[in-house]
Design a protein around this ligand. Structure first.
Ligand code: NDP
Length: 263
């Protein structure tokens, strides 16, 4: 039996077990199973990985930066991002990957063609979104409610702002990577600022999925095009699935996961 899980806090909302288990079933990978595991801190993550004898795991809010630090090695864009959302056991070592970055880009590309992006939030997923957009030559600004985590983005050479000091409102896509709206009914940024941003008719992309967050409700009310994080979840999950299993037909896995997600 190869066991996989998703670690996070909160974790009850996660669709990852549903989409991975459906793909295992449909591809005849009956010796694999995927669960969800609530943890209180990053040390629990490593201890549980060992005690559950996991072959791999996903990591979600708020442990992606901790996961980066506790992996024995990181590969691909995870090294630049400094955040890990997928861990694979390779020759007794924990190898960290970041599939959020490519998963986000695939999802965004299916919504339209954009050039100038405002990222709200500066946590692990914001790093993934910023790095992949920078690699693809987007004009990127990152706005966060507090200054500390903006340092990472400044070091990348990106424009940054404190959310309440934002003074550029001309973006064609606004991406909510904060957890505002996940467990609460908060906007990620002041409503007056959102109203100014709305005048340019940007696309609203929320990484949160499975609910209409206040951010998406704002877009709806203002007749703006928008998407939740469902497609990103499916893409990042499909990329992680291929890393976990060695299965190499990414589009097939994505199709299966999309079906499971819609059930
Ligand atoms: P982190 O905990 O690493 O970062 C959270 C960020 O949100 C920080 O910048 C924090 O600001 C900000 N924040 C938290 N609460 C508020 C608030 N009330 N108002 C404004 N800003 C706030 O989280 P992650 O980056 O790992 O994940 C963020 C979200 O993205 C989660 O909701 C997660 O579910 C979702 N996600 C979805 C994915 C998908 O596949 N669809 C993939 C990855 C993430 P500060 O620095 O000031 O604390």
């Amino acid at each position: 039996m190869n066991l996989f899980t998703v670690f996070g806090n909160p974790i009850s909302h996660s669709f990852s077990p549903k989409i991975h288990n459906y793909a295992f079933l449909k591809l005849g990978l009956h010796k694999n199973a995927y669960t969800k595991t609530l943890i209180q801190n990053a040390l629990d993550l490593k201890a549980k990985f060992t005690s559950l004898a996991l072959s791999g795991a996903n990591v979600t809010v708020p442990f992606k930066e901790d996961a980066f630090l506790l992996c024995d090695q990181t590969k691909g864009i995870a090294t630049k991002i400094g955040a890990v959302n997928s861990i694979v056991l390779e020759n007794s070592d924990l190898i960290g990957y970041n599939t959020d970055a490519q998963g986000f880009l695939n999802a965004l590309n299916s919504k339209g063609s954009f050039k100038k992006a405002l990222i709200l939030g500066a946590g692990g997923s914001a790093r993934a979104v910023a790095c992949i957009l920078q690699e693809h030559l987007f004009d990127v600004r990152v706005a966060n409610r507090s200054p500390k985590r903006l340092e990472f983005f400044k070091a990348l050479g990106l424009k940054t702002s404190l959310s309440h000091e934002l003074d550029d409102f001309a973006f064609d896509v606004i991406i909510n990577t904060t957890s505002a709206g996940l467990k609460d009914e908060l906007l990620p940024i002041n409503a007056d600022i959102l109203q100014k941003l709305a005048t340019n008719k940007p696309f609203f992309f929320d990484l949160i999925y499975g609910k209409t967050t206040p951010f998406l409700q704002f877009a709806k009310t203002n007749n703006l095009h928008f998407s939740d994080g469902g497609d990103m979840l499916v893409w990042q999950g499909a990329i992680a699935f291929c890393l976990f299993t060695g299965f190499d037909d990414l589009n097939k896995v994505k199709e299966l996961m999309q079906t499971a997600f819609r059930f």
